[in-house]
Design a protein around this ligand. Sequence first.
Ligand code: AR6
Length: 169
Amino acid sequence: MTTITLVQGDITRQSADAIVNAANSSLLGGGGVDGAIHRRGGPAILAECRDLRASHYGKGLPTGQAVATTAGELEASWVIHTVGPVWSATEDRAHLLASCYREALRVADELGARTVAFPAVSTGVYRWPMEDAARIAVETVRAAETAVEEVRFVLFDEAAYEVFARRIR
Ligand code: AR6
């Protein structure tokens, strides 16, 4: 049974077996959570991302998929990078956002991670509305068959925290 917990704050300050990064397909860094993870985690994460680009992911990590690297200096054993979809008002990409959570948990299971911290994937630079993103995140985690014991959603601000809190009540 997976327990869902909520924290308001900076995901790079969390201690967990795995911390999920809201990355982009390049795996080579960016703003938001991605920028914060690489800044605080140090160069070892980027070095492994470059290796992934040079081997299995020559064209980048496709949207909705997930892959793990070291967590560098973060208080975690792994960073699991996933690429959320960019929000579209005209095309339903919810299955891709759900896939991020499912695939990240699948990778966590492969690693043997028991606690996994997630940001609200796609709700920043990629503009996904928080209410809908929270619905997809919580429904997907609840439906997942995983050995992960704690899924911790780490929400940057109070408004996002409240949206997730209403969902899990
Ligand atoms: N801790 C927790 N949540 C955070 C943090 C943090 N340190 N920083 C931002 N958030 P985003 P996306 C929240 O933009 O929408 C990058 O450039 C933020 O308020 O990080 O999936 C990548 O390289 C928002 O609610 O990810 C990609 O190009 C949520 O985390 C692109 O952004 C996600 O915002 C991915 O965009």
